[in-house]
Design a protein around this ligand. Structure first.
Ligand SMILES: Nc1ncnc2c1ncn2[C@@H]1O[C@H](COP(=O)(O)OP(=O)(O)O)[C@@H](O)[C@H]1O
Ligand SMILES: [Mg+2]
Length: 587
């Protein structure tokens, strides 16, 4: 066996495996190049999700005819004038992207500097043609066609045009968010799907690229520690979503998907949102170049911090402070705990409860877990029923309803203690169990809307819902495509009522993204049913009559799994009579 040096075109093709694994990675490299070239406006044009063609056009500094062939050589870059890899401020610096893409596709580089004429250079799967004159405005355009056509093994791994498009959109959206000063346009199969002007301020840009509703539902984050700066926008805990895709994180202007950062965001919201929900954030970290290594990942989406603890602390602390400032008006802090007296259904660990100490036992204490915005309110009705006797206690362990607190909790009297029920959590569980039962028993009753409702969504979300319309139909949701970025809802599962159709549809789109493939149909439907159940539930904050409260208690007693909500929290807790006596010093 003899050792040989691999020829350049093979080296490039191997490197291409790291740099371009799918159209979205090519789009990322090309848009980054346009940003590095100082472009003010960038247009990305895709055909068939990028599988059939990609073009990125910018109005940046351009390249001269003698520089163009060099740009396509491996490890050729204009971005490292010295040897200081640690101090790079551009997005690129490895000089790998263009030659890698050109080794697995037909790449046309056309460029014109401010002073010169336009020139064009074609490289077809690593083989360069001569540079030719080409009429064009100043700037650069890179066209990529026949991607992986000569590398069938890779072509085979590409997903549907729809999935590839979704990945490209995600890349463009993140880069557009990183650079509010630059205008971006994304055109897919001839249709403009994203367009933002140059010179936006950051909150405007973030809202334009995520959800206009984020603005009124977010707080501004600003914090600094040990030379590291954090700025951005954080959604209120109640503005949570079903998947983490709505978290946008940037380090020194570079979009990253870094586990440390994601974990820090999760930590900051940990006590504020249910475990299976995700905050919406756009966070921008500025870290001195000496404190961060962006060179650890070929696609540069992960970074390594010299002192991860500082970064984590800054994010958790900065987010918490911003959110607390907002929440102060509605929630009150509570003191340390004697909550052990409250018992939940056997077999599960209740979430930490607010402290209940004699001196502090006042309605406001009850706020702490749910932080509702209304002033605490309570209602008591004359006892319609005597407390349950021994026989009834066995059949009706949740007792009789006595009233409601804060329009959120039902207070009931059981034979052996005081019961508090979280009405929303409890009802949500009941609806889910009913949907499950209906599903195994056949179809689910559907209720037609008087007027079909149009729900605006992003295109990828619509695609996912459209693809699953049949399955959703079996769950009682009749939904169809309504143009590129909207869905039309004709009927909803009768169990859910018609209150928040738009919210339901948005959450389902998220849910389907999280369970895109490989999840068994049954599991997926279960998640979808859970999402639906959440929407169909009696919301916290709704005043219930005593009859409704009793009906809910009876339902809970005969429904499996009713002791915990779909998110794993308890639906009810109990304070035993003996413990009440202890609280009052009678024992
Ligand atoms: N859109 C563009 N406008 C101007 N110059 C560009 C553009 N794209 C690439 N170049 C030039 O080609 C070189 C090689 O690009 P690339 O292979 O992406 O490597 P890198 O970005 O790491 O330098 C860049 O350093 C730059 O000089
Ligand atoms: Mg580059």
């Amino acid at each position: 066996m003899s050792i040989r040096r691999l020829p350049g075109h093979l080296v490039n093709r191997i490197a291409a495996g790291e740099v371009v694994e799918r159209p979205a990675s090519a789009v990322k490299e090309l848009v980054e190049n346009a940003l590095d070239a100082g472009a003010l406006r960038i247009v990305v044009r895709l055909a068939g999700g990028g599988r059939d063609g990609i073009e990125v056009i910018d109005d940046g500094c351009g390249l001269g005819p003698d520089e163009m062939p060099v740009a396509l050589e491996r490890h050729a870059t204009s971005k490292l004038p010295g040897d200081e890899i640690d101090a790079v401020e551009t997005l690129g610096f490895r000089g790998e992207a263009l030659p890698s893409i050109a080794s697995v596709a037909r790449l046309t580089l056309s460029s014109r500097t401010g002073e010169g004429d336009g020139w064009s250079l074609v490289v077809d799967n690593g083989v360069a043609e001569p540079v030719r004159p080409s009429a064009m405005p100043p700037g650069t355009s890179v066209r990529v066609e026949a991607l992986f056509e000569r590398v069938p093994a890779r072509r085979k791994f590409l997903r549907s045009p729809r999935s590839e498009y979704a990945a490209c959109l995600d890349v463009v959206r993140r880069l557009a968010m990183a650079r509010a000063d630059v205008g971006f346009t994304l055109i897919h199969d001839g249709r403009t799907s994203l367009s933002v002007p140059p010179g936006d301020d950051r909150p405007t840009r973030v809202a334009a690229l995520t959800d206009p509703q984020l603005r009124p539902n977010s707080v501004v984050v600003e914090a600094e520690r040990d030379g590291v700066r954090l700025a951005g926008i954080a959604g209120l805990p109640t503005f949570n979503r079903g998947i983490a895709d709505h978290q946008y994180l940037f380090v020194n202007g570079r979009p990253v998907k870094d586990r440390l950062l994601v974990g820090a965001v999760r930590g900051a919201y940990a006590d504020l949102i249910p475990r299976d929900r995700h905050a919406v954030v756009a966070l921008f970290l500025e870290v001195p170049a000496s404190e961060v290594d962006v060179n650890v990942h070929p696609a540069k989406t992960e970074v390594r911090f010299r002192d991860p603890a500082v970064v984590r602390g800054l994010i958790v602390g900065g987010l918490k402070r911003a959110l607390e400032a907002e929440a102060k008006r509605s929630a009150q802090p509570v003191a340390a705990s004697s909550a052990a007296l409250w018992t939940a259904e056997p077999g599960f660990t209740p979430a930490p409860l607010p402290a209940i100490e004699r001196a502090e036992f006042q309605p406001a204490v009850w706020d702490a877990r749910h932080a509702f915005t209304a002033a605490p309110s309570a209602r008591a009705e004359p006892a319609a029923l005597p407390p349950p006797d021994a026989e009834a206690a066995e059949r009706f362990p949740l007792g009789v309803a006595r009233g409601q607190v804060g329009a959120t909790y039902i207070v009931a009297e059981a034979a052996d203690g005081l019961i508090l029920v979280d009405q929303h959590a409890a009802h949500e569980r009941l609806v889910l169990e009913r949907m499950r039962a209906a599903r195994t028993g056949g179809s689910i009753a559907s209720q037609a809307l008087l007027l079909p409702e149009v729900v605006d969504l992003d295109e990828a979300g619509c695609d996912r819902l459209e693809q699953r319309a049949d399955e959703l139909g079996r769950l009682g949701l009749s939904i169809e495509r309504f143009g590129a970025t909207a869905m039309l809802v004709r009927a909803v599962p009768a169990l859910l009522g018609t209150a928040d159709v738009a919210g339901l549809v948005r959450d389902l789109a998220d849910e389907l993204a999280a369970f895109d493939h490989a999840t068994a149909l049954g599991d997926r439907l279960d998640h979808v049913a859970a999402t639906m159940a959440c929407h169909g539930s009696v919301r916290a904050g709704r005043v219930l009559s005593v009859a409704e409260m009793n009906a809910l208690l009876r339902d809970m007693e005969v429904t499996p799994n009713s002791g915990q909500c779909n998110h794993g929290r308890p639906t009810w807790i109990k304070l035993a009579n003996a413990d009440i006596e202890k609280l009052f010093g009678r024992r």
